[in-house]
Design a protein around this ligand. Structure first.
Ligand SMILES: CC(C)(COP(=O)(O)OP(=O)(O)OC[C@H]1O[C@@H](n2cnc3c(N)ncnc32)[C@H](O)[C@@H]1OP(=O)(O)O)[C@@H](O)C(=O)NCCC(=O)NCCS
Length: 166
């Protein structure tokens, strides 16, 4: 269940959230690859996937977290979580867990039986989070101490791939 801090609420994303989310990505991520992270958030995700995406915001309209997910067009039994982020000030309070559980429930309701996600081998926090949520990591070699696929998203862009039954 999604339990939010006092004064915060959750709603589906809308297209006008785009500049707010892009700005949050610039402020919240501590990786050296922020430009690449910005490219992960083209406007289309807020035009075509809003029914399976959510934003957490304060009463005054400050963004606290977001999650972008969708169901596969090719295989409707598979759901995919594209992107999740929580304000560093609000982390370790169960917000991402609650958002993921909301996605699991929504996707089960749509008939999905599996959910997937990816992350970078350097992103140990994300790996710990996905392990805690019951995801299995996949890769075909050791990269930075974890199983990952090299060049998964292009040259020099390795990823750990996660799957979880719904
Ligand atoms: C990964 C992220 C989304 C987790 O959000 P969160 O709201 O802090 O996560 P939760 O509080 O729901 O954590 C659920 C569980 O995941 C695990 N976990 C989360 N963050 C962790 C960390 N930094 N270290 C170890 N375990 C962690 C814990 O088991 C935690 O349960 P616990 O707090 O009861 O021990 C957040 O750290 C974030 O926004 N990171 C930057 C963006 C990112 O890397 N996104 C994922 C890849 S796109």
């Amino acid at each position: 269940m999604l339990t939010l801090p006092e004064g915060y609420g959750v709603r589906h994303t809308r297209e006008t959230d785009h500049p707010v989310i892009v700005d949050a990505i610039g402020r919240w991520w501590d990786t050296p690859n922020r430009a690449m992270l910005g490219l992960l958030m083209p406007r289309l995700f807020l035009q075509f996937f809003t029914r399976t995406s959510w934003i957490v915001e304060s009463e005054s309209g400050e963004i606290g977290a977001f999650l972008i997910a969708f169901r596969s067009q090719d295989d409707p039994s598979i759901a995919y979580i594209h992107f999740v982020g929580v304000d560093p000030e609000l982390r370790r309070a169960g917000i991402a867990r609650g958002l993921y559980e909301q996605v699991f429930e929504t996707m089960r309701g749509l008939g999905c039986t599996e959910i997937r996600a990816i992350t970078g081998p350097f992103n140990k926090r994300s790996q710990a989070f996905h392990a805690a949520l019951g995801f299995t990591p996949h890769g075909d070699r050791d990269i930075d101490g974890v199983l990952a696929y090299p060049d998964y998203d292009g040259p020099g862009e390795p990823r750990v791939a996660f799957t979880r039954a719904l």
